[in-house]
Write a protein that binds this ligand. Structure first.
Ligand SMILES: NC(=O)C1=CN([C@@H]2O[C@H](COP(=O)(O)OP(=O)(O)OC[C@H]3O[C@@H](n4cnc5c(N)ncnc54)[C@H](OP(=O)(O)O)[C@@H]3O)[C@@H](O)[C@H]2O)C=CC1
Ligand SMILES: Cc1cn([C@H]2C[C@H](O)[C@@H](COP(=O)(O)OP(=O)(O)O[C@H]3O[C@@H](C)C(=O)[C@@H](O)[C@H]3O)O2)c(=O)[nH]c1=O
Ligand SMILES: [Mg+2]
Length: 305
């Protein structure tokens, strides 16, 4: 006997996580419907209703967001409309349709002053406009849709889109040396690893009808590092292929001025998501190797002069 698969609406089709959710291995009972801005612009609350109500949807996964951290300082209104008001409209529509919402958030809701990994109920205090806008989204989701799973992830990388890995590959090809901050600690996370775990959580919520696990979870790659540590690993892997090894100099945050302030420590503890959903985030060193292989197949990085 076959049953009709349950439809899971995924936003952010062109984004890192949305793209990998489209490519992920979904169980037979779930059918991802991955949509982009042209179908659901998060700044249009009526679009959220239209996409969810009457769409025969069993779950929504919201990966779409305004993610330009520095630009958000000058565009906080737009960032807040996309990251705060957009999720509010989605959450309202989910509640009206009687379905749960998985919503992605960020380590940048924390101020970075904690000594040690952040747990889910640690106090939040974003340092910048992007973090404030994402915090507004978390609060709106909690207020509007009781059946929610908020997943805070961090330092997302993939072979596609804009991310730190792609930036470092480009700089390593162009520059004789790199300078990267060594006093900001966090957890690099591969988009395909997020996608794999989101699918498993979706399976439990929809196919097992799991109730009672609603709330906020940290979901990041295993193995804390610094941006300098991350950059060094990227460049080392790259130089094994190109034979070029530009040095990666550790610098202080003060020596790399940016419009947005970033947390000095945003290492997240993943015990809660592991014990609740039985998912195990993979080491970023392993997933980095997979992403680099993908980058080089898709768009070989030119060697520098
Ligand atoms: N990237 C990172 O390092 C981190 C990301 N996160 C969170 O994880 C989630 C996924 O991030 P990631 O995949 O990297 O994001 P990307 O920046 O790769 O993609 C963002 C997506 O959001 C879409 N989007 C932007 N504005 C709108 C809008 N007004 N209406 C509809 N869609 C819109 C973009 O569409 P378009 O192509 O049309 O612009 C794109 O598909 C986000 O919630 C983000 O805040 C959390 C921690 C780290
Ligand atoms: C390019 C470059 C950056 N840096 C620093 C700047 C900054 O402190 C750090 C990371 O820079 P990026 O701008 O790539 O990363 P950033 O945009 O801060 O990445 C963040 O994006 C949002 C969406 C999130 O939610 C966060 O989890 C996080 O992934 O590296 C250097 O030190 N040297 C360099 O050459
Ligand atoms: Mg950035």
């Amino acid at each position: 006997m076959t049953t009709t698969p349950r439809r899971v609406l995924v936003t952010g089709r062109t984004g890192q996580v949305g793209r990998d959710l489209a490519r992920a291995a979904w169980p037979a009972g779930l059918e991802p419907v991955v949509i982009g801005r042209e179908t659901l612009d998060l700044t249009d609350p009526e679009a959220a209703e239209a996409a969810i109500l009457g769409g025969d949807i069993a779950l929504v996964v919201n990966t779409a967001a305004y993610t330009a951290v520095d630009a958000a300082e000058e565009n906080e209104d737009l960032a807040t409309r996309v990251n705060g008001d957009g999720p509010r409209a989605l959450a309202r529509a989910c509640a009206a349709a009687g379905i749960p919402l998985i919503h992605l958030s960020t380590d940048y809701v924390f101020d970075g002053a904690k000594d040690g990994p952040y747990v889910e109920d640690d106090p939040v205090r974003p340092l910048g406009a992007y973090g404030r806008s994402k915090l507004a989204g978390e609060e709106a989701v909690r207020a509007e849709c009781a059946r929610h799973v908020i997943l805070r992830t961090a330092w997302v990388f993939s072979a596609h889109g804009k991310n730190f890995v792609k930036t470092m590959l480009r700089l390593a090809a162009e520059k004789p040396a790199l300078r990267v901050v060594a006093d900001q600690h966090g957890c690099p996370t591969a988009a395909h690893d997020i996608a794999r775990m989101v699918v498993e959580i979706a399976r439990q919520l929809v196919l097992e009808g799991r109730e009672g696990a609603w709330g906020t979870y940290h979901l990041v790659g295993a193995g804390p590092t610094t941006w300098h540590g991350f950059a060094s690993a990227i460049v080392a892997a790259q130089s094994a292929r190109t034979g070029k090894t530009p040095p990666v100099h550790p610098i202080a945050t003060a020596d790399y001025p940016t419009p947005a302030r970033r947390p000095a420590n945003s290492v997240l503890c993943t015990d809660k998501v592991r014990s609740t959903f039985g998912v195990t985030p993979r080491s970023w060193t392993d997933t980095l190797a997979e992403v680099l292989a993908d980058v080089l197949v898709d768009a070989p990085v030119e060697p520098g002069p």
